[in-house]
Design a protein around this ligand. Structure first.
Ligand SMILES: *Cc1c(COP(=O)(O)O)cnc(C)c1O
Ligand SMILES: [Zn+2]
Length: 571
C-alpha cells in the first residue's frame, strides 16, 4: 500500500508559517527562503484511528508511518531499526533510590546507535525522491548509520569526519564503501567544508542539515512514541494523578539524553508534543540534556539564560561524539520548546565522570556503552544527588549507542582522504583555506564517467556497479542531446553510451563527440540491447573502445574495461 505522493505530510516554515508539500530536494521555504521548516500532519484525522491501527503492526520504526515523511510503509532498506527495548534498571534504580528508572536501549539498532533512526527514514525518503548522492559531516555515528543505509540503497555517500573521530569508527564508515574525508579541524569547520562541498554539486546530492532536515527530525520523534507505548505496557495506562479523562498512554516525568547537536532532544520533544496534540498523553516530560564539560555551550547558555549559545571554539573533551562547539539555532529552538513545554535541565559532566559511569552500568546492569552515552548516565547520577530528580519520578534515559570497532587489518591503505585546516592560517583568509582544502578533494580528481541511457533502470544498474567497485565521479544523461552537452561541460574520462535512444541516438552522439576536438578524446564504451547490423558495426569501428551487450556483461567486465581505459591496471 502506498499513499499518494506524500499527501499526508507538509512542510511548515518556522519563520513565516508558509506551508507546502514536502520533497527532500527543497530545503528552504519557497516564500521567505528560511531554512527552518518542520513536518506537519492532519493530527485530528490521524488521531481517530491511531491506536487501533497499531494493533498487529511490527514494533519497529515504521509502525508509525502515518506520522513519517515517507510513502513506503516498510521500505526494502529496513534492517529492523527502532522498536528498541525499554529496560527497567532495577539495580541502578536501587543504588540511586529511584523506583521507576527505565533505559531506552538504542544500542540495539542495526549499527549500534540511535542515529539509525535518522539514517533509515532519510535514506527511505531520498530513495523515493530518486536522489543518488549524499553528503554529511559527522562526529562518527551519523556517518556509520548513513553508510550502512546508503550502501543498502545504492546511494553514494561522502562523509566528512573530524580527525577527533576514533580510528575504529572511521574504519567502520569505510568498510561500507563511503568516501571518507578526514578533516583536521574542529567539527564546526568540518561541517562548513561539507556544506561547501555539497553546494558544489548540489544538483545531485543531498546534505543532511540536522534539525533542519525534515526526515532526520521526524525519525527521532519515534523514540517518544515508543517510550510512551512501552511505559504504558510496563506501568499500566493510568497516570496516578486521578484525572477525569485518563489519556491512554503514559509519559515519563523526565527524559534524559547526552546532547551534542541537539537533534535527538528536539525530535523526541516533537514526538511527545504530537502525542499530546492527539490526546494520547496529557503532558510532556521535563527534558534533561547532558553535555561533556569541555564542550557544553548549551549548558552555559541555559544557566545564563541566553537565547543564543556562545560557541565553544576549541572543545576540550575526549568524547568526540559530543564535540559540537556551536549548536547554532538548534539550541535556541530547543530552549524555547523546553520552556514552552514542561521545563527541564541542562547539565554537564566531566569525561572522568562519564568513564566511571561506563563501569557502573556495565557492572550493575550488564550494559556496555560508548562514552557519549555514559555522559547521560553521569548526568542522571548528578541530578539525583542535587535533588533535581526525586525518588518517585518516572525517569527514562536514552542509552544512545555502542562502539563497534572494525579491526585494522580488514582495510588496506588509502581508505581515507586527509585535509588539514590550520587553526589560524598565517596569511590567507580562513575562507581561502577552506576553498583550497576543498579543491584538493573535489570529485574531479577521481576518474569521471558519464552514463548515457534513456532507461532509468539501466542507468541505475550501471551506477550501482560502478559505485560498488571504485571511486568514480558519475554523471548521467537521459538522452543524446544531454549527453553531448554534458561531454562539452564536464569532459568525463569515459562515456558509457546506449545506442538506441529516441531522437538523438548513440550513433549521433558519437558523431558529435568525434567532430569536436574538445570531446574527441573521451573514451566510449557502447552498451547495446540488440545485435548490431554489419552497417552499424562499420559506423562504430575505430571510434569506440568496447562494445558490450546489455544484460550480458558481468559487473567485473565493465569495471575491468573502465580500469584499463583509465590506466588503473586490472583490479
Ligand atoms: C549523536 C549522539 C549523541 C548526541 O545526540 P544529538 O541529539 O545529536 O545531540 C549522543 N550519543 C550518541 C551515541 C550519539 O551518537
Ligand atoms: Zn518562510
Amino acid at each position: 500500500m502506498k499513499n499518494s505522493l506524500q499527501s499526508h505530510v507538509f512542510a511548515e516554515c518556522l519563520d513565516c508559517g508558509h506551508k507546502t508539500s514536502y520533497t527532500p530536494q527543497e530545503t528552504n521555504c519557497p516564500q521567505c527562503g528560511g531554512g527552518w521548516r518542520e513536518a506537519r500532519y492532519d493530527y485530528k484525522t490521524i488521531a481517530k484511528d491511531f491506536l487501533a491501527n497499531l494493533a498487529g503492526r511490527p514494533f519497529d520504526i515504521w509502525r508509525f508511518y502515518e506520522l513519517l515523511p515517507i510513502n513506503e510503509h516498510h521500505p526494502a532498506i529496513s534492517m529492523g531499526e527502532g522498536g528498541t527495548p525499554l529496560l527497567k534498571a532495577t539495580n541502578l534504580g536501587m543504588m540511586l533510590g529511584l523506583k521507576n528508572l527505565y533505559i531506552k536501549d538504542e544500542r540495539q539498532n542495526p549499527t549500534g546507535s540511535f542515529k539509525d533512526r535518522q539514517a533509515s527514514i532519510t535514506v527511505a525518503a531520498l530513495k523515493e525522491a530518486g536522489i543518488t548522492e549524499t553528503v554529511l559531516a559527522s562526529t562518527g555515528n551519523v556517518a556509520i548509520s548513513y553508510s550502512a543505509y546508503t550502501a543498502r540503497a545504492g546511494i553514494k555517500l561522502w562523509a566528512f569526519l573530524t580527525s577527533l573521530v576514533p580510528a575504529e569508527k572511521m574504519r567502520e564508515v569505510a568498510i561500507y564503501g563511503t568516501q571518507v574525508i578526514k578533516v583536521t579541524a574542529s567539527y564546526d569547520k568540518t561541517k562548513a567544508l561539507a556544506n561547501e562541498f555539497a553546494e558544489q554539486h548540489h544538483q545531485t546530492s543531498y546534505l543532511d542539515r540536522g534539525v533542519r532536515s525534515i526526515p532526520a527530525l521526524e525519525a527521532m520523534k519515534t523514540i517518544a512514541f515508543e517510550i510512551s507505548e512501552q511505559l504504558t505496557n510496563a506501568m499500566g495506562p493510568s497516570p496516578l494523578k486521578g484525572a477525569e479523562n485518563t489519556p491512554p498512554w503514559q509519559s515519563p516525568d523526565w527524559y534524559i539524553q547526552a546532547v551534542s547537536g541537539g537533534l535527538g532532544p528536539v525530535g523526541v520533544l516533537k514526538g511527545f508534543d504530537e502525542l499530546k496534540i492527539m490526546g494520547i498523553i496529557d503532558r510532556i516530560p521535563a527534558f534533561a540534556s547532558i553535555q561533556a564539560e569541555g564542550c557544553a555551550p548549551m549548558v552555559h547558555g541555559w544557566k545564563n539564560n541566553l537565547e543564543i549559545a556562545e560557541p565553544v571554539l576549541s572543545p576540550r573533551t575526549h568524547i568526540a561524539t559530543l564535540a559540537t562547539g556551536d549548536p547554532g539555532g538548534t539550541y535556541t529552538l530547543l530552549r524555547k520548546r523546553i520552556l514552552q513545554a514542561n521545563g527541564g535541565a541542562f547539565e554537564s559532566v566531566s569525561d572522568e565522570e562519564a568513564f566511571r559511569a561506563i563501569h557502573v552500568l556495565a557492572k550493575m546492569e550488564g550494559l556496555s556503552m560508548e562514552p557519549a552515552s555514559a555522559v547521560a548516565f553521569a548526568g542522571l547520577i548528578k541530578m539525583v544527588r542535587t535533588g533535581q530528580i526525586k525518588p518517585d519520578d518516572v525517569v527514562v534515559i536514552n542509552l544512545t549507542g555502542h562502539t563497534m570497532p572494525v579491526e585494522k587489518m580488514i582495510l588496506g591503505d588509502g581508505w581515507v582522504h586527509d585535509i588539514e585546516i590550520p587553526e589560524k592560517p598565517p596569511e590567507e583568509k580562513p575562507e581561502e583555506g577552506l576553498l583550497s582544502a576543498l579543491s584538493r578533494i573535489t570529485p574531479k580528481q577521481y576518474s569521471s564517467i558519464a552514463i548515457v541511457d534513456d532507461h532509468p533502470h539501466a542507468r541505475r544498474l550501471i551506477r550501482r556497479i560502478l559505485q560498488s567497485q571504485g571511486e568514480y565521479t558519475i554523471y548521467e544523461a537521459t538522452n543524446g542531446r544531454e549527453a553531448i552537452e554534458l561531454a562539452r561541460k564536464e569532459h568525463p574520462d569515459v562515456m558509457i553510451l546506449d545506442l538506441m535512444m529516441p531522437e538523438v541516438d548513440g550513433f549521433s552522439v558519437l558523431d558529435a563527440l568525434k567532430a569536436d576536438e574538445d570531446t574527441a578524446s573521451i573514451a566510449v564504451i557502447v552498451v547495446t540491447a540488440k545485435a548490431l547490423t554489419p552497417d552499424e558495426k562499420i559506423r562504430l569501428r575505430g571510434r569506440i573502445h568496447t562494445l558490450m551487450q546489455k544484460g550480458e556483461f558481468l559487473d567485473d567486465d565493465l569495471v575491468g574495461e573502465i580500469n584499463t581505459l583509465l590506466g588503473n591496471g586490472d583490479d
